[in-house]
Each structure stands twice: as C-alpha cells, then as structure tokens.
Design a binder for this molecule. Structure first.
Ligand SMILES: *Cc1c(COP(=O)(O)O)cnc(C)c1O
Length: 445
C-alpha cells in the first residue's frame, strides 16, 4: 500500500522517504491575498492546524485508501484525537434537533464500555435521546422492531470488544437503506486488513487507531471513514455529500478534536505494516484459542475462529485477509488477534492467572505488538460489567487476551504456567472429585 505519498510528493520534500511531520501549528503566507485565497479554499494550503495539517492529511488519505480498498464507492476519512472522539463525531451530527425533536438510536449492546456511556449518559440522560439497545444483535427482527421515523442511525461493533461477536452487516445495511438512515460500524477489532464494512454495505466506519493501527503503542487516534453521497432522510445535503469532509470542515474543526501531527506521523509508520502484522497476530491467536479450548481448566473461550463461537458463520463469511484472493480463490480466513477466556474457578482464578503472567503484559490496550491481557470487568468495561458469568455482557471472570507478535509457543507457554497455578477452587474440586471417585472405586478391591 503506497498511500498518497508517492515519489513525486517525496521530490517536493527533500526526497524524504517517509511522510514529513509538519509539527507547526500554522502556515505562513507570502501575501494577504494568498492568505485569503487559502482560507477560502481557492488554493491548496492548510492555514491553521485545527483546520487541517499536511501530516494529518496523509494519514486521512491512507486510512481512506485502506478502508475503501475494493469498495465500489468513493470514500473519505477524518482522523481524530481518539477512537471515542471518532465515535462521538460520527454519531452526534445525526442527533440534531433541527431534524426533529425526539431522536432515537438503535444499537447493539455488545459495545465498548465508553461507547455505551456516550450513548446512555451523554446522549440519553443529558440530551434526551432515546437509546434503544437491541435484545439480540444477531436477530434482524430485534433491530427492525425498534426502527421508526425518528431513528437517526443503527450502530454496532463487529467484532465486538471483548466478546468478539460479529453482526450481519449486509442484513443490517439493507434495513438501514430502507429506513434511509446510516449504518455505523465500529471496525476497530477487524481492521481493514480483515474486513471492510463499507464493502459489506455499511455507510460509516469508525476506528480506534490507538489499537492495531497504532500497534507500537505510541499514539492515540481515531478515524471516521464514510462513503460519499449518502441517501439519508431529513439530513442536510452537505452532510450527505461527503460526511467525513463535512466533519473536518464543520463539527471537528469547531469542537477541536483534531489529531496532533506528531501522533499522525507515528500512526503513519505503524499503519503501513497493518496487513502483515494482523496476519501473523491472527494466525497466532487462532493457535492460542484452540490450545485454551483444549484445556480442561478453561470453561469458555471467546474467539470467532472457533467453530463453537456464536458468530463463527459470520466470521467465516466476512473476515478475509486482504489480498489473499477472494472467497473460493485461495483466500485466507483470519479471525483477528483478540480472544477471551474464562478459567475454571471463577473470578479468583482469573485474577490469579492474570497475576502470574510473565510474558504477556497486564494492560488495558489491544492490537499491540506486545501481547496484553486484562480482565475487562475490572478494566476496560468496568462500567458495563455484570455479575452473572454466563449471561452478563462482559462476564466478570473473563480474561481478554490480545495476541501480539511474540512467538505463539511462548505465549502458550506463559498461559499454561499462569493457568496451572490459577485454578485454586477448580483444582480443589477436581481432587475432591478424584478422592470421591477413588473411594467409590475402592470397595470393589
Ligand atoms: C478502544 C476502543 C475504542 C475507543 O478508542 P480510544 O482510542 O481508546 O478512544 C472504541 N471502540 C473499540 C472497539 C475499542 O476497542
């Protein structure tokens, strides 16, 4: 992937092989007239860093190229300070009361903790938006039931963090198209290396670039990528024509959530290796997931690459390593780098296993080149965790593991030694069961 920075462009940048980092906050002009023409958009230039910056622009073009690859539509992108800023910017403009004073949104509850907070607290409690969480994101009826003339958008994460559930994007896109509202997908976990939701019919995609896009862990960032010429009921024409461009020139510029050019520069370096990295990390994650699923002291493994996973069929259909051929043409399914598992013995066992990790880092991040583990219920998803290990949106005893670039055997060895010491209650009950079995067997002797 070359992106927008090519040989010709390098020639204007002292031959620099990498995109230059323009860290200045403003541009100097040779005359008042050039200043006016640039500010008016009649001439190329960037004026002031909140309105745009060349290094940030390179990242926007790169992200648009990746997410729009093999998509039969024109797409554009806006990058933001964080993934949450991207989600806020991608959704808030649709809630304008100029369109109607009783907006509602329909969303999958299997969402990142802060996304649930934005919808429930910032939109619901503070702004009176009716937030309709669908009962079963896999049932299309369950979505359709909640859509009415005041619905502003459909929203889902696919796969979701941390239970890695997919949604049926083409089916939801058909619903959205009929209602003339946008389908917004958080594609952070799949990354464009494995899935491009715009190609499956979604209208807008959001990403946390903090995750696999920025795998070296140096910068936060987010992105909104949208197809152009959206057909949306009641929304302003300029917003529909080029949603990402509209964000850059309106809401983002006014509210100030622009990415620092330095962060854009580090993300540009990382994102270039996205495909190779996600390929290797996903292949390792499948091995780790299969290994954990084979351990007697692991109650449940969440990974869409395992045939027993609830959305394995969707993952088989929609998650392909980019440029590995099409379905039926030698293409390679890859299921991502994130998995979850519940050690036998409940919360104490999960905590003990976490504490014993020696190679894997205990950290609330994912998609990094370094493998990281967290217990979402006490970390990333503290706000939305439940008490019931079986049914809660985020089981309290679930360890989330993001598989990095270390050797898969080393990761497995670390997990094995961590689990071997973790199953306190489980081991006790196993040995108790063994004793009982032994007693039961004894009388025969
Ligand atoms: C981390 C994450 C976010 C939020 O991104 P930040 O860069 O931390 O703001 C949103 N969605 C998903 C799926 C995430 O994993």
């Amino acid at each position: 992937m070359r992106g927008s920075y090519d040989h010709e462009e390098a020639a204007h940048n002292a031959g620099s092989l990498s995109e230059p980092a323009y860290l200045a906050t403003a541009q100097h002009f040779d005359s008042a007239e050039t200043m006016r023409a640039t500010a008016a958009g009649e001439r190329e230039g960037w004026v002031y860093a909140r309105r745009g910056n060349p290094t940030v622009g390179y990242l926007e073009e790169t992200v648009a190229a990746l997410e729009g690859y093999q998509v039969d539509a024109e797409v554009s992108a806006a990058v933001t300070t964080t993934g949450m800023a991207a989600i806020t910017l991608a959704t808030m403009p649709f809630l304008s009361t100029a369109v109607g004073d009783k907006p509602n949104i329909v969303a999958s509850p299997a969402c990142y903790g802060s996304t649930v907070m934005v919808f429930d607290k910032r939109y619901g409690d503070e702004r009176g938006v009716s937030v309709r969480w669908v009962d079963d994101p896999l049932s299309i009826d369950s979505w359709e039931r909640y859509i009415d003339a005041d619905t502003r958008f459909l929203y889902a994460e696919s796969p979701s963090n941390p239970t890695v559930q997919l949604v049926d994007i083409p089916a939801l896109a058909a619903l959205a198209r009929r209602a003339r509202i946008p389908l917004i997908i958080d594609g952070t976990l799949a990354t464009p290396a494995l899935m491009r939701p715009l190609g499956l019919g979604a209208d807008i995609v959001v990403h946390s670039l903090t995750k696999a896009a920025g795998a070296s862990g140096r910068s936060m960032g987010g992105a909104v990528i949208a197809r152009r010429d959206l057909d949306l009921r009641g929304q302003p024409a300029e917003m529909c024509a080029d949603f990402a461009g509209y964000l850059r020139q309106g809401p983002m510029r006014d509210m100030g959530s622009v990415l620092s050019p330095f962060n854009a520069w580090t993300l540009l370096a990382d994102i270039r290796e996205l495909r190779a990295r996600v390929d290797t990390m996903s292949a390792s994650a499948l091995r780790v997931a299969e290994h954990l699923a084979g351990r007697g002291d692991v109650v449940e493994v969440f990974y869409p690459g395992l045939p027993g996973h609830r959305t394995h069929h969707l993952a088989k259909r929609d998650m392909w390593l980019v440029d590995s051929g099409g379905p039926g043409r030698g293409a390679v399914n890859r299921f991502g780098f994130l998995l979850g598992f519940r050690p036998a013995g409940g919360v104490p066992a999960a905590r003990r296993a976490m504490d014993r990790l020696g190679l894997v880092w205990r950290a609330n991040n994912l998609g990094q080149v370094k493998s990281t583990a967290t217990i979402p219920a006490i970390g990333t998803h503290l706000q939305v965790a439940g008490d019931d290990p079986g049914d809660a949106p985020v089981p309290p005893d679930m360890i989330r593991l993001s598989v990095g670039l270390e050797d898969a055997d080393d990761i497995i060895e670390d997990l094995d030694q961590a689990l071997a010491g973790s199953d306190v209650t489980g081991r006790r009950s196993t040995s108790a069961a063994g004793t009982v079995a032994g007693i039961a067997a004894d009388p025969a002797e």
